[in-house]
Ligand binder design. Structure first.
Ligand SMILES: NC(=O)c1ccc[n+]([C@@H]2O[C@H](COP(=O)([O-])OP(=O)(O)OC[C@H]3O[C@@H](n4cnc5c(N)ncnc54)[C@H](O)[C@@H]3O)[C@@H](O)[C@H]2O)c1
Length: 370
């Protein structure tokens, strides 16, 4: 164990009703967290100002998901608050005694950040400090979960020796088989501005755990996915690929011959990890969280699997220009998470994820007449 467990929180799992704050509650992970904890009978306050629409335009609009949540939940209170609004955030913490904070609000796009440097930093870094400070001032024993990203490693994972197969790049050293672990360095690499603002937030969150002794968990996500994603070209790889597949539009693959590899995890399994942490939190601990090798797929493989599932050819073009700072092969090593939380495991295989997302996208298209 790197950091101690929080003795004062032993037995936290026995608490009857938690008062929970979820930020980014209309987004993919936030909405899954709202539904999951509401189903368990907890009270959830959700903060989201639909800023995904500001970042990505109408296709990024999350209001459909908010409406869905309102009818699917029992004790959910949505609040349209911007996490950059420091006074508003501190007032929210003053007025509520939260037992658990799940922070998922973000500018989430690697590529978009370069066009909106100030906004990206203000949301991802300053917004996170507002929330951490709110927790420190008003509920310092509450478990605090920060959704970070594998982009904090920048392109350092590309230094691993790779081999090329017919459909993907893969690690050539057997020692790397299970993927990238938390010892990968986070500096002296190229991150994108998004990766850099998330590094700032990730380190701040660790510091609130280590310096102030607060129960803060940092989860560095691989590709997080599920039917509640408002997928757009610049964020939400599988969600957007499926939208393109079913609409007949054209998908562009950027660089690495389409053999770049991502590991995909369903939003439900992400939130199950949060639940495990919340019941037995540790101080400032960092975990990689993705689909691992079992749920890894290259672009070429994803296209073939979706074509087989939908029975439709995907129109795609290839651009030689790889995205700056992009990972060639990224698989999350889940060993640390599994050893600290043996009750956690993946429940959604990649096939199951794809089937569920195809069904949801078809239903959505029927509703909107697409
Ligand atoms: N989806 C992925 O593949 C992935 C991978 C790694 C890490 N992550 C991280 O996981 C977290 C959740 O990602 P997601 O896929 O659910 O993103 P998402 O865009 O679906 O959800 C984020 C939500 O936050 C809201 N939001 C943004 N700025 C806000 C602000 N200033 N105030 C209030 N609300 C705001 C948005 O409107 C959106 O609904 C993010 O921190 C993201 O960086 C995501």
């Amino acid at each position: 164990m790197e950091n101690g467990t929080l003795d004062s929180n032993v037995g936290r799992g026995e608490m009857k009703t938690w008062n929970i704050l979820v930020t980014g509650s209309s987004g993919l992970i936030g909405s899954e967290a709202v539904e999951y904890f509401d189903r368990q009978g907890h009270k959830v306050v959700g903060v989201d100002n639909n800023m995904r629409r500001v970042f990505f335009g109408p296709p990024g609009d999350t209001l459909w998901n908010l409406e869905r949540l309102k009818s699917a939940t029992r004790q959910f209170t949505p609040v349209s608050l911007d996490i950059r609004d420091r006074d508003g955030v501190l007032a929210l913490f003053r007025e509520n005694r939260f037992d658990l904070v799940i922070h998922c609000a973000a500018q989430p796009s690697h590529d978009k950040a370069a066009d909106i440097a100030f906004l990206d930093f203000e949301v991802n870094a300053l917004g996170t400090v507002n929330l951490l400070e709110g927790a420190r001032q008003h509920c310092r024993d509450a478990a605090f979960i920060f959704m970070s990203t594998n982009k904090v490693y920048g392109d350092a994972p590309n230094e691993k020796p790779l081999r090329e197969t017919a459909t993907r790049y893969d690690y050539s050293d057997p020692a790397d088989y299970e993927g990238i672990d938390e010892t990968c360095r986070i500096d002296r690499t190229m991150h994108s501005l998004f990766g850099a603002s998330k590094v700032a937030a990730d380190i701040y969150a660790q510091e609130y755990g280590r310096y102030f002794g607060m129960p803060v968990g940092i989860f560095r996500g691989g590709c997080l996915t599920g039917p509640s994603h408002s997928g757009v070209e610049l964020h939400g790889f599988l969600s957007y690929l499926l939208k393109v597949a079913l609409s007949g539009k054209t998908y562009t693959v950027f660089g690495y011959k389409g053999k770049q590899v991502r590991d995909n995890i369903h939003s439900f399994d992400v939130v199950r990890a949060f639940d495990e942490f919340a019941r037995n939190p540790r101080l400032g601990e960092v975990y990689n969280l993705g689909g691992g090798r079992a749920n890894s797929v290259s672009m070429l493989e994803a296209i073939a699997r979706i074509e087989a599932l939908t029975g439709r050819k995907i129109n795609w073009t290839y651009s030689e220009q790889a995205r700056k700072g992009d990972h060639i092969c990224y698989i999350s090593n889940l060993a640390k998470l599994k050893s600290h939380y043996p009750g956690w495991s993946l429940t959604h295989s990649l096939d199951l994820i794809l089937q569920e997302m195809v069904a949801a996208e078809r239903e959505h298209r029927q509703k909107v007449g697409g």
